[in-house]
Design a protein around this ligand. Sequence first.
Ligand code: CP3
Length: 354
Amino acid sequence: MELKNDRYLRALLKQPTDVTPVWMMRQAGRYLPEYRATRGVAGDFMSLCKNAELACEVTLQPLRRYELDAAILFSDILTIPDAMGLGLYFETGEGPKFERPVCSESAVDALPIPDPEDELGYVMNAVRTIRRELKGSVPLIGFSGSPWTLATYMVEGGSSKAFTKIKKLAFAQPKVLHKLLDKLADAVVLYLNAQIKAGAQSVMIFDTWGGVLSPRDYKLFSLQYMEKIVNGLIREHDGRKVPVTLFTKNGGMWLESIAATGCDAVGLDWTIDIADAKARVGDKVALQGNMDPSMLYAPAARIEEEVAHILAGFGEGSGHVFNLGHGIHLDVPPENAGVFVDAVHRLSKAYHKR
Ligand code: CP3
C-alpha cells in the first residue's frame, strides 16, 4: 500500500519534504487519559504490550489527537531480557524490575537468544496489526534498546542511579560483559529484522544509558555493539530504504563516532544545540530532536518560541525530524503536545521552500 505521508522516512534519508516531520518519544502513554483507560482494560503494562489489538489501539491514540508524521510500535525495550527468562515486572512508581538479574558468568552463558517469531511473537503480531490499521497513513517505527542499555537493567535488576553493578562487571570482568553484550547484539539484530519483515518501516535504537560511560568505555561497551547491529540490519525492504536511528542520551560529545557507524540518523537530547550538531555531522546523517520535554509545561507562546529556535538552528533543507530530546512526561497537559506538533509544521514551512 502506498504511504500517504512519507515525510518522516524522507527526512531521515535527507530527501526534500514540504515541512519538517515530527513525532514524540513516548507519544503513547500515561499523559493521555485514553491510554490510562485502555491500560485499565488490559490490567497491567506488559499485558497491554502482549495484546496486539490493545497495543495497536494505544499506538493509534496519539495519532488521532495530533498530526504526527510517524507511529511508534507500542512495546518496551525490556521485551528481549524478559524473553530471555529474567522475569520482568513493574512496581508502581519504581519502574521496571527483574526477578532474576544476571549476576554471574554462568548466568550469561545460560541466556537463550529469543526467537522473534516465538517468544517475541506478540511484538511481531502487534507490528502486523498496527501496519494493517494505519492503512498507509504514516510510517511505523520499530525499536529496540541498545545492548549496553539492556545490560544495565539486566545486571542491576532494574533502573539504577549509580550503575555500580554493571560498572563492576565492566571493569572487573570485562570479558563476561562483552559476552553478554555480544549475545544481546545478536538478539537485537534478529528482533529488529523480524520487526522490519513484519512491517516496521524504520527502526530506532535507544541507548538511554550510554551517556554514563567515559568516552573510551562508551565506544568499547556501547557504540561498538550498536555498530554491529547497524551492520546486521535489513536496510531495504518492500522496495524502500529502512532508515535506522541511533539515540544515545547524553551522547552529544560523541556525535562524530555515532554518525560513523553507518546509521542514517542520530537522535539528540536537549543538552546540545542542534546548530552545532548539524555543523559537526549534518553532512553525514539526519538529525532527530531535540526540545527539552519539560518545555511542554510552558505556555503555548514559549513552546512555539522554542520550536522556532530549534528550527532556525537546523536551518534550511531536509534532514531534520523534530522530536523531544527524551520521553514526554506523564503529567504534561495533552493540549500542549498539540501546540508543539502544530508549531513544528506551521513554522517549518519557511525552511523547505524550493
Ligand atoms: O514511544 C512510544 O510511545 C512507544 C513505546 C515505548 C515504551 N517504552 C512504552 C512504555 C518505548 C519506545 C519505550 C522504550 C523504553 N523503555 C526505554 C528507552 C527510551 C527511554 O525512555 O529512555 C526505556 C529505558 C524503557 C524501560 C522502561 N519501561 C521504563 C524506564 C519505564 C517507565 C516505568 C514507569 O513506571 O514510568 C517503562 C514502562 C513503560 N514503557 C511505560 C510505557 C508507556 C509506562 C508503563 C505504564 O505505566 O503504563
